[in-house]
Design a protein around this ligand. Structure first.
Ligand code: ZN
Length: 163
C-alpha cells in the first residue's frame, strides 16, 4: 500500500515552482517532468524537506525557505581575483557567466564571473541563490514506499533508470 503522508523513506513526486522574494522565476517543473526524490535523505534543501513533511497527495502549499536554510548567506570573502591564465585561453569570458569548479570531494560548485580584465578575472564562489529567501509553490502528486535498492543508494530511482 502506498504511504498516506510524506515521511522518511517515502519517494515523493512533486510539482514545484521556485521564485525569489521579488517574484523572479528561478525554476519550475511546469511543462517538464515532476520532481521525484527520496524524503529524509537530504536530496533536496533542508528547509523545503521540512516544509513538505506530513503533506499528502493533492496538497498544495507555499513553502518559504529562509536563505540560511537554503543556500546560505552571501559571503563577501567568497569573491576572489583569479589570473586570466587559470581559465582556458580560448574560453570566452563575460560577466554573468557561470562555470563549474570541482572541489576536493569530486563535487562541483558554481563560479560566477563578475568582472573580466586583461590579466585578471573577478569571480564569485557564492552559490547564485546564496542570500536569497526561496518561495516554493508545491503540489504533491504521488507517494510511494522506497525500494530497498533506493534506500541503499539514498536517492529515488525514476522509471527503469538504475543509477
Ligand atoms: Zn541509485
Amino acid at each position: 500500500m502506498d504511504p498516506q503522508a510524506i515521511a522518511d523513506d517515502v519517494v515523493v513526486t512533486l510539482n514545484y515552482t521556485l521564485r525569489l522574494a521579488d517574484g523572479t522565476l528561478v525554476e519550475t517543473s511546469e511543462g517538464r517532468e515532476p520532481l521525484e526524490y527520496l524524503h529524509g535523505w537530504g536530496q533536496i534543501i533542508p528547509g523545503l524537506e521540512a516544509g513538505l513533511d506530513g503533506l499528502t497527495v493533492g496538497d498544495s502549499r507555499q513553502i518559504i525557505v529562509p536563505a540560511a536554510q537554503a543556500y546560505g548567506e552571501r559571503r563577501p570573502d567568497q569573491i576572489h581575483t583569479l589570473a586570466r591564465t587559470q581559465f582556458p585561453a580560448d574560453a570566452p569570458l563575460l560577466p554573468g557567466m557561470v562555470f563549474h569548479g570541482r572541489d576536493e570531494a569530486g563535487g562541483t560548485f558554481p563560479v560566477t564571473v563578475l568582472e573580466v580584465h586583461p590579466d585578471q578575472v573577478i569571480v564569485d564562489f557564492n552559490h547564485p541563490l546564496a542570500g536569497e529567501d526561496l518561495y516554493f509553490d508545491v503540489t504533491v502528486v504521488g507517494l510511494r514506499q522506497a525500494t530497498p535498492e533506493e534506500l541503499s543508494h539514498g536517492h529515488a530511482h525514476s522509471g527503469d533508470e538504475a543509477d
